[in-house]
Every structure is written in C-alpha cells, then in structure tokens.
Ligand binder design. Structure first.
Ligand code: MN
Length: 238
C-alpha cells in the first residue's frame, strides 16, 4: 500500500502556480498510489459546492480521474474549506471524513486531523470555529446568494489575517495537552495533521510521533506512508 497525505494548499485564483503544481502532483507522484488523503485547506476559500471558480475546475477533474484510476481519495475539512459537501464528493469521487479519523498504516494505527481543533490556546479562534462548524449556521450561509457568500468569505479572510497578525506564534500552534488527549482517546501512537504550516516529524514521549504536513507556498509537501514507514517530502513547485 502506498498512501499519500497532503494539506494546506490554499488554492485560489491568485496562485495559479499552486494549482498547476497540484495537477502535476496528481498526474505524477500520486499516479500509482492506493490512497490519497487531503487533510483540509485544499482551497483558500469555499463558499459552497454550487460555486466552483473556473480556474479551480481542472482540480475537480483531476481528482475525479485519479479516483477513477483506482486511487481512493479522502477529504477532511480545513478551517477554510469547511463548506465542502456531498456535491464536491460526487464530482471528485472523494469520500468526506469527519474531523478525526483513525486509519491503519503499516506502522500501526494513525489519527488524522486538520489540526485546527488542537490549537486550543487560541480561544478566539475556537469560538469562531464553533460557529463555522455549526450545521444550522452553515445551512443559513448556503441559502444566501453567491455574491453575498463571496463577500462573507472575503470578510472572514480579512478577519483571519488581522487575527493571525496580532497573535504570538506559540498561541497558534497545537497545544501539547490537546495532542496528548486526542492521541490517548484514539489509542494511536501516530498523529498526522496540517494547519499550522510547520512541517516536521516530532518524536513525542516514548514511541509516539506527531507528523505535521507542510503548506504549499514556496515549496510543496506530502507525506508518503508505505511498508517502509512514513516519509515527509518537500519538493520544488515548478
Ligand atoms: Mn488550516
């Protein structure tokens, strides 16, 4: 089994190079993999499956052809693309996962998360997260017109930038206790997540590991899991 993990590509029309890099990745590196896990924030913003920007349509098509070629694709929501829904799943062939998912790798069970739920020191963000993930709130948003939702997305992004700019780096990282509790509850020795944009393999106490996927910006990142273990890979985008 060859399993790939990516997250935090933050695709949008302002970075066509990232979209090109993903299309290249899907048609090369991911071509012979058995499973591809996208652990959130594939898109910088997502206002509903009924509005897919033209420049992102090739991504949908490429995911669809990869899943039809025999690679199972799984998607976990990030804090940007939390409105991805069943129509996206149908168009891409991806299966939507819940916020915490345990899967079996050759090295043992692994817990998968986007990672934002582990940043518990950021109380302001956690309060916002509760709202953004509330099904009633989401339904009310999806009932709004596309221009209204585009405006909302713009404001959320601006608020997020202001929020991030005024925060200490430590507050926006995962909380060690939250990591410990999540791994204990899942009974796994491995946690794989994204979100923090701090790619690393952390050796925790004894045999526990936390692998953080990297965001795609100046370079791209993926994690490969196989019988040989887990390997975090950084690569050039061009
Ligand atoms: Mn995120």
């Amino acid at each position: 089994m060859r399993i790939l993990f990516i997250s935090d590509l933050h695709l949008y029309s302002g970075r066509p190079d990232l979209t090109r890099a993903l299309l290249h990745f899907l048609s090369t590196t991911a071509q012979d993999c058995d499973q591809l896990y996208i652990l959130g924030d594939l898109f910088e913003a997502w206002i509903g499956d009924d509005f897919i920007p033209d420049d992102l349509k090739p991504v949908i098509d490429a995911l669809n052809s990869l899943s039809h070629s025999g690679c199972e694709i799984f998607f976990q929501h990030g804090n940007r693309d939390f409105l991805i829904g069943n129509q996206f799943a149908e168009l891409t062939g991806a299966k939507l996962l819940g916020d915490s998912k345990i899967i079996n790798l050759a090295s043992g069970p692994a817990l998968l998360m986007h990672g934002d739920q582990l940043c518990t020191d950021d109380l302001e963000y956690q309060a916002l997260r509760q709202q953004l993930r509330n099904p009633q709130w989401q339904a009310a948003v999806l009932a709004k017109s596309v221009p209204e939702r585009l405006e909302m997305a713009k404001q959320l992004r601006m608020a997020s930038e202001t929020h991030t700019a005024g925060k200490e780096m430590a507050i926006m990282d995962v909380n060690p206790q939250a990591v410990h509790e999540a791994m204990s509850a899942a009974s796994t020795n491995l946690l794989i997540h994204g979100h923090t944009h701090r790619p690393a393999v952390h050796q925790l106490d004894t045999n526990k590991r936390r692998i953080v996927l990297g965001d795609w910006d100046k370079t791209g990142w993926y994690l490969e899991a196989s019988e040989q273990g887990e390997k975090l890979v950084e690569f050039d985008l061009n």
